[in-house]
Design a protein around this ligand. Structure first.
Ligand code: SF4
Length: 375
């Protein structure tokens, strides 16, 4: 892969060329980006507010060029194992909140989690994400050993998405081999955050997030688009917050109303606005890993793939066995993002997946129709 200065040079040439076909307003964004390699709050807000189809497509194109020139046109596939749907918290939007007594709860035994991870790595995935509700059933010791085994025995990157564990626990997990962590801030507007998080853990969340960055994790965060009372200004502030706090992985998904939760009657967040947010974020935090989220795919699968041409460069595929997965309903109708189907569709779009992933998929699923030419 080209070094960063070469990629930046190439990007500059492409954007200057692109300006010839862009209207004045878009060129103002490009000029700002070329000068600062990021956007400010006003520019982010302007992109979020775009409604006109023509302008939206143009800004998506700018974000796409920035992403694919700086980060390549390879879409990274990461495997998620949702190992427990128990949670002690009560977030108003979430289907596995502790008060939801109509869902069937499960916990996957540690050895089984390892076997699922092994299968994911053999299928070509290079990052395993361990995700769960906030579930103290698994001790810090349990998780530390599991992370160590997955990282060292399977020689793969481990990402954790398990909520607000103690600082000490996160330090142990980091030493055990976890290199990435996801802790969404959900909303940087305190009132919006506290209106949907009855334990009002806003300060703790931000403090922990900063600590994770300090510990050397590649730290992920993100927001929900469409929370009650949220304005475009709030979303712009979410994006600027992530820039200022050195967030390197960004998960932004639309709110999806979920039955038997306090927000079950709220309208879903906008898929269109989510795409605008992806484009704005790519231009604000150009090197970020940014998944085209499952939440967006749940609203409209086509939008999830379209997002790969609007600045997103990651898709998370689901490794959770079906018997468990159907009960990991953090929101209603959560889709299953399967590895093979997703890889196939990415290739059909003319995009690439990492050679290691493609090779292993080819070996494992030769009958699925992947071509040697793509290796
Ligand atoms: S959003 Fe996370 S912490 Fe909140 S209830 Fe759901 S699983 Fe638990």
């Amino acid at each position: 892969m080209m070094n960063i200065s070469k990629r930046l040079e190439r990007l500059k040439i492409k954007l200057i060329e692109l300006k010839k076909e862009m209207p004045l307003e878009i060129n103002e964004v490009i000029d700002y980006f070329l000068k600062h390699m990021t956007l400010n709050y006003e520019k982010v807000l302007w992109i979020l507010s775009l409604n006109e189809e023509n302008l939206k497509e143009k800004i998506y194109k700018v974000a796409d060029i920035v992403n694919k020139t700086l980060n390549t046109d390879i879409v990274t596939l990461k495997g998620v194992i949702e190992f427990s749907n128990y949670c002690k918290k009560s977030c108003y939007y979430c289907g596995i909140r502790v008060q939801n007594d109509i869902i069937k709860r499960y916990r996957i035994p540690i050895d089984e989690i390892f076997e699922i991870a092994k299968n994911g790595v053999e299928s070509g995935l290079t990052t395993i994400i361990l995700q769960s509700g906030e579930d103290d059933f698994y001790s810090d010791d349990d998780l530390e050993k599991l992370i160590f085994r997955i990282h060292h025995e399977l020689k793969t990157a481990v990402s954790i998405s398990i909520g607000e564990r103690s600082k000490e626990a996160y330090k142990r997990f980091r030493n055990a081999g976890a290199s990435k962590v996801l802790l969404k801030h959900e909303a940087i507007n305190r009132k919006i955050f506290e209106d949907v998080h009855p334990d009002k853990d806003y300060d703790l969340r931000i403090e922990l997030l900063d600590y994770l960055v300090e510990l050397g994790y590649i730290t992920g965060s993100g927001n929900i688009i469409g929370l009650p009372g949220q304005t475009l200004e709030d979303i712009a502030k979410d994006i600027i917050f992530m820039k200022e706090h050195n967030i390197k992985m960004i998960g932004m998904g639309p709110f999806i109303s979920t039955h038997n939760t306090p927000l079950e009657n709220l309208e879903n967040g906008s898929a269109e606005l989510t795409l605008n947010a992806y484009a704005a974020t790519r231009l604000t935090i150009p090197f970020a890993q940014m998944p085209a989220t499952t939440a967006l795919g749940t609203i409209d699968r086509n939008y999830q793939f379209k997002a790969l041409n609007c600045g997103c460069n990651v898709i998370m595929v689901n490794l959770t066995p079906d018997e468990y997965r159907e009960n990991y309903n953090i929101y209603d109708e959560k889709i299953k993002v399967d590895l093979l189907g997703t890889a196939q569709r990415i290739l059909d779009m003319g995009l690439k997946i990492p050679p290691y992933t493609l090779r292993n998929l080819f070996i494992k699923e030769a009958q699925y129709g992947f071509s040697n030419e793509r290796l």
